[in-house]
Ligand binder design. Structure first.
Ligand SMILES: [Cu+2]
Length: 449
């Protein structure tokens, strides 16, 4: 199809004069909208964080908060300083000024999730929940639904898995500059058990995630589900009056160790030249919105990364090298919704079930190769073989040494379990998005003692 063909032109009405509440892409915005169809939030995680993380508060009941955007200058491994755009959590003082990546958001399936986002830096921004299924105004799609000043996002997570949230305003810039964080949806009872003396202590491990492991009995504790009626059994996803009680663990498996690998790249020259966060914003009063605005200003397409990271941890080496990251990095509970002990490199014991959540936050291609067999249980926040899409896919084994490719914003979750000791690395190749040239090889330690 061609945009030059009269048959393919979609008429656009002018929105001049409406740059307020609903036409929020303009600079400067003039109003913040109310959340559509607002209902009472039920997310239990903010109260848990306030109860367990020293100094944390829960200012708005059942609601998490995020502030954006902060400008944070981060030291690279070689002493160069690079600008990042970052979030903070106003309920956790240690994040003031912004952290990168943003604090991980955990939520439980079926709860009503609210996130109040306030723009302290130059607005507008919009938060996309990448794989969640909110109403359109809460989906935060770039250039369509904007939060300005302050906006409360509302959604109900219905699929247990791995997601992320990111600014979708001028995405190639705001996302690459660091305005993102990881999001994890857990079973409905993940935060119900809050006694640290009990094995399912909500702030630690084991935890559970969604999977269909009917063909992989090496992972103990898997609870099968009802393939006809879905994850929740005959009562349906949310239960129906008179139907049997739901099993919150149907189609889930416990894991003992959790690792988060957010793979990212930075081009320091690109970052230095393109750091005006408002460079491409359209202005009020343009006659043809979407035509007269300046989305294409700058050299955003010319991206050649020279720094590489896993979950904010640097791979300390130049382009062309093969370099391991630090071997002992644990995500602080205050940056992980109160959960203690989520790892970056893997340090586990024999016969522990290890869950590794992988996100490609890089703009170049990623090629991950594990030194031991893994079972892929989910892609992009959807567990393979789990209703309602169970007839279309299934979990599968990836033998040791087999490369797996990822492109920007994609995720996969793998399970690993070894009865023998392992002292090795997973290899992460960063390959150029235009010619697939190998740019850098990062090594992530995997130690099973
Ligand atoms: Cu933004």
């Amino acid at each position: 199809m061609s945009v030059a063909s009269p048959a393919h032109i979609i008429p656009r009405r002018s929105v001049v004069g409406e740059e307020g509440e609903w036409c929020k892409m303009f600079d400067p915005p003039t109003a913040s909208p109310a959340t559509c169809e607002l209902v009472a939030p039920t997310n239990p995680v903010p109260a848990f964080v306030a109860a367990t993380v020293p100094g944390a508060t829960n200012t708005i009941p059942f609601t998490i908060r995020r502030g954006l955007m902060k400008t944070t200058r981060i030291d690279m491994w070689d002493g160069n300083r690079v600008d990042f755009f970052t979030f903070d959590d106003p309920d956790i003082a240690s994040t003031n000024g912004g952290v990168w990546p943003a604090p991980t958001i955990r939520m439980v399936r079926g709860s009503i999730f609210h996130c109040q986002v306030a723009a302290g830096g130059p607005p507008p921004h919009t938060i996309h929940w990448h794989g969640q299924e909110p109403t359109p105004m809460n989906d935060g799609v770039g250039h369509c639904s904007m939060e300005i000043g302050s906006y409360t996002y509302q959604l109900q997570p219905n699929f247990i898995g791995s997601y992320f949230y990111h600014c979708h305003r001028n995405t190639m810039q705001h996302f690459e500059f660091g305005l993102y964080g990881f999001t994890i949806v857990e079973p409905p009872d993940a935060y119900a058990q809050q006694n640290p003396a009990l094995p399912n202590y909500a702030g630690g491990y084991p935890r559970r995630t969604a999977a269909n492991l009917i063909n992989f009995p090496q992972f103990p504790g898997y609870v099968p589900g009802d393939p006809v009626h879905g994850v929740a059994g005959p009562g349906g996803l949310n239960g129906l009056p008179g139907q049997p009680a739901l099993d919150p663990h149907a189609y889930t498996v416990p894991y003992d160790v959790e690792a988060l690998w957010v793979l990212d790249d930075r081009d320091s020259v690109w970052a230095a030249n393109m750091k005006n966060a408002r460079a491409t914003f359209p202005a009020h009063g343009l006659v043809q919105p979407g035509v007269d605005d300046q989305f294409f200003k700058g050299d955003f397409h010319d991206f050649n990364p020279d720094y590489f990271f896993v979950t904010g941890v640097p791979f300390p080496g130049p382009v062309g090298s093969t370099v391991p990251c630090a071997s002992n990095v644990v995500v602080p509970a205050e940056l992980n919704s109160g959960v203690v002990g989520m790892q970056v490199p893997v340090n586990a014991l024999r016969n522990q079930t290890i869950l590794i959540r992988v996100l490609c936050a890089a703009y170049v291609f990623i090629r991950v190769t594990f030194p031991v067999d893994v079972v892929v249980i989910a892609y992009d926040g959807r567990a393979l073989g789990v209703p309602p899409f169970n007839q279309y896919n299934h979990a599968f084994l990836v033998p040791a040494g087999t490369p797996m490719d990822l492109s920007t914003a994609r995720r996969f979750d793998v399970l690993m379990r070894s009865s023998s000791t392992v002292s090795s690395f997973a290899s992460v190749q960063f390959r150029h998005n235009r010619n697939n040239a190998l740019l850098f090889t990062g090594q992530i330690p995997i130690n099973i003692a």
